[in-house]
Ligand binder design. Structure first.
Ligand code: NAD
Ligand code: UD1
Length: 346
């Protein structure tokens, strides 16, 4: 195995994107430490990461909103950089309970930044989201497109971006990279780690997987009258392993950059909901029943990235196709029909 003496802290590292990033970092020889409160992930993830990579990340069950515990966590290790994944990401829950989302996402970030400053760890990669862009007037979406989120979750991401901007202005020693993810989907090709949402999934891929599995009888496609080729919304789906690799490239960039930078991480290609359904049918060999329903509030018709800034400055480009995304999502679903929870033996 390659070695790299750097120790990277992943907050929220047992979650969907963090676990895939942990795998890529460990495979590249980094030391990985995870701080997570397990509010939306399972401890089982750690042993899966170990099976894939042959290395077990360090783990501390810490809630980032507990500044004292966080500070103690930092005392135990010496970090070269932090990748900050931890946060609440459900758009629906952020609308019904905005205070929880603001409290979790903002306080976690503020305490993390305070502790990082105290311990002189000033290299940060932040999990941003394409949800911070206003309805695009021009496509593809570039990093300097107009911003404007329309739900509390999106606004919490925008507020954090503003906090990070102010911080980097206040002290040029900080090196901050904001990554705006488009639509991360799929799973590790081993089928050992993947997306494991609790309750009824609100995002397309996990819902589609459960329809294919027979848990739900049909997919409800939200809207068929958008001004797109087939009337359904278009998104830039990106394989989670490509996304994870983007963090590896960004870590290398941190060594040679200064101040704050922002990058779109997407493929640059948009697929409609119906195109995704067709691709999933091909990957799974299962016919997906679907019906058209009302548009979902807050959905924008078309969103896809201009990823060329990341290509030029990070030397990163997404490689996997929509067929890979569907194949790996289905592989994860069939190998883990109940997510990380193993069914008790009868
Ligand atoms: P996830 O929910 O799977 O992972 C987030 C992790 O953070 C979970 O393991 C959770 O237990 C942990 N966590 C939450 N609050 C915490 C706290 N206060 N202290 C410690 N740990 C805490 O989500 P994900 O899909 O892996 O997303 C990771 C990041 O990327 C999030 O910030 C999310 O907003 C952002 N993002 C995700 C998507 C997506 O589609 N998945 C898209 C754009 C941006
Ligand atoms: C959603 C969030 C976004 C968040 C992202 C990743 C909204 C409005 N946006 O993005 O803030 O960053 O997830 O977590 O919630 N679809 C269906 N039927 C379904 C599910 C989805 O037709 O059962 C359609 C949607 O209308 C959309 C596409 O599939 O056109 C993708 O949906 P989804 O996976 O939820 O992602 P986004 O809406 O792009």
């Amino acid at each position: 195995m390659k070695t790299n003496s750097k120790n990277i802290l992943l907050t929220g590292g047992t979650g969907y994107i963090g676990s895939h990033t942990a795998v890529e970092l460990l495979n590249a020889g980094y030391h990985v430490t995870i701080f997570d409160n397990l509010s939306n992930s399972k401890i089982e993830v750690l042993s899966r990461i170990e099976i894939i990579t042959g290395a077990m990340p360090e783990f501390e069950q810490i809630d980032l909103r507990d500044e004292a515990e966080l500070s103690k966590g930092f005392d135990k290790y010496s970090f070269d950089a932090v990748i900050h994944f931890a946060g609440l990401k459900s758009v629906g829950e952020s609308v019904t309970n905005p205070l929880d989302t603001y409290e979790n996402n903002l306080l976690s970030t503020i305490y993390l930044l305070k502790v990082m400053r105290k311990k002189a760890v000033l290299n940060l990669i932040f999990s941003g989201s394409a949800t911070v862009y206003a309805i695009p007037e021009t496509l593809p979406i570039k990093e300097n497109n107009v911003l404007g989120a329309d739900c509390p979750y999106g606004r919490s991401k925008l507020m954090i971006e503003e906090i990070l901007t102010d911080l980097s202005v206040s002290d040029p020693e900080w090196k901050i990279q904001i990554l705006r993810y488009f639509n991360p989907v799929g799973a590790h090709p081993t089928g050992l780690i993947g997306e494991d949402p609790s309750g009824i999934p609100s995002n397309l891929f996990p819902y589609l997987s459960r329809v294919a599995q027979g848990v739900y009888k049909e997919l409800k496609i939200f809207g068929s009258d958008y001004k797109t080729s087939d009337g359904t919304c278009i998104r830039d789906y990106i394989h989670v392993v490509d996304l994870a690799k983007g963090h590896l490239s960004t870590l290398s960039r941190l060594d040679h950059s200064s101040g704050m930078e922002i990058f779109n991480l997407g493929t640059g290609h948009g697929y409609s909901v119906l195109e995704v359904v067709k691709a999933y049918e091909k990957a799974s060999g299962i016919k997906i029943p679907y019906i058209f329903t009302e548009r979902r509030k807050g959905d924008i018709p078309i969103s896809y990235a201009d990823p060329t800034k990341a290509e030029h400055l990070l030397g990163w480009k997404a490689e996997k196709t929509i067929d890979d995304m569907c194949k790996d999502a289905w592989n994860w679903q069939t190998k883990n029909p109940n997510g990380y929870i193993k069914k008790k033996k009868e």
